[in-house]
Design a protein around this ligand. Structure first.
Ligand SMILES: O=C(O)CCC(=O)c1ccccc1C(=O)O
Ligand SMILES: [Mg+2]
Length: 340
């Protein structure tokens, strides 16, 4: 397995309740199988995955990718596991002459709707970002909350709803910033705004608190951090979520997301696939996975615009709030020159 390190600055930081993301560093990997070469990406995000150093060590320890993946040696390093799993899936799909999405599912979407991701900022700039996104064709917006006073966040959401009208879908993502009391006040404050869901209002470990919020309020709840911190199975079993936010990079690869999505779908829980602000290879991987999961919710994949540069030209740019899934074999990108 070949491994190449990369670092990409963000054009603009993504501000969240848990701090700003302003740079992404990771590894591009290439694996050779009997009939094809596949590529994958590990872009760890500490707090969500292992550190960059732990990821490097894990990738350097891989001799035979298939054996290592099956043996579970990468289970504690999800970003490293993601790279290996994605590269093998890319190689398999290329070998079959099919797109990754169609090799992952018998019926896959040819394009998927995506949300615009709006970071924490004041009311005016939040509204400006929301209007820009709607002008660009997005009909689903996800606004980061939880970084400022509760009343200010409620004002931001109200102002956005007023600016974009009733037909645009709105999501709020608190990244686990609140306690039960604060979350209750937020749910009350936005009750009339018809939010599609509130993502991770409480800290990751608190499944019973999310289940209680879900019983008490009408606005649906999505869980994100809880999936890696506790487990998707327990999130489903605890009736703590209407939607699971599945990050292939944090869950350990496309195969992991597909199995979570199957269990969620059986339980009547929705699935949304998102990046961790990844480079083009992992973003494409997440797009193929999103295309392979059931349901028609907008996914959190419109994150290329946060990057100042990328590893290669993007074969799946966002157009009018939608991403078309490449139909060429595998991921639909050639980054082999990066390994020369
Ligand atoms: O879901 C999206 O719109 C984009 C992805 C996103 O918000 C995100 C990106 C990096 C780290 C955490 C998160 C998050 O969903 O909490
Ligand atoms: Mg989130």
């Amino acid at each position: 397995m070949r491994v190449r390190e990369f670092a990409l600055d963000l054009r603009r930081p993504l501000s969240t309740a848990k701090g700003d993301i302003d740079r992404r560093e990771g590894f591009l990997v290439a694996v050779e199988t009997a009939n094809a070469t596949g590529v994958g990406e590990a872009t760890p995000l500490p707090g969500w995955t292992e550190s960059l150093a732990e990821c490097r060590d894990a990738l350097e320890s891989v001799d035979d990718p298939e054996t290592v993946l099956a043996g579970g040696a990468l289970d504690d390093t999800p970003a490293a596991r993601h790279a290996v799993s994605l590269a093998l899936a890319d190689a398999r799909a290329r070998g079959e002459g099919r797109s990754l999405a169609s090799s992952l599912a018998t019926e896959s979407h040819t394009s998927v709707p995506v949300n615009s991701t709006i970071g924490d900022s004041g009311v005016e700039s939040t509204v400006e970002a929301a209007k820009d996104a709607v002008s660009a064709g997005f009909d689903c917006l996800k606004v980061k909350v939880g970084a400022r006073a509760l009343a200010d966040d409620i004002d931001r959401l109200r102002a956005v709803r007023e600016a974009v009208g009733p037909t645009v879908s709105l999501r709020a993502d608190a990244n686990g910033a609140w306690d039960r009391w604060t979350a209750d006040r937020f749910f009350d404050g936005v009750a009339s705004l018809e939010l599609e869901y509130i993502e991770q209002p409480l800290p990751a470990e608190i499944l019973d608190g999310h289940a209680a919020l879900r019983r008490l309020h009408d606005t649906p709840i999505a869980l994100d951090e809880s999936l890696a911190a506790v487990s998707p199975e327990r999130a489903i079993a605890s009736n703590a979520a209407d939607v699971l936010v599945c990050k292939p990079m944090a869950l350990g690869g496309p195969d992991r997301v597909l199995s979570v999505a199957e269990r969620a779908t059986d339980a009547g829980v929705g699935v949304v696939v998102t990046t961790t602000i990844d480079a083009v290879v992992a973003r494409l991987g997440a797009l193929h996975v999103a295309a392979a999961v059931p349901g028609n919710r907008a996914h959190g994949l419109a994150t290329a615009s946060f990057l100042d540069s990328d590893l290669a030209p993007d074969p799946a740019p966002v157009e009018a709030g939608t991403m078309a899934v490449p139909e060429t074999p595998g991921l639909g990108i050639d980054v082999t020159s990066r390994f020369d």
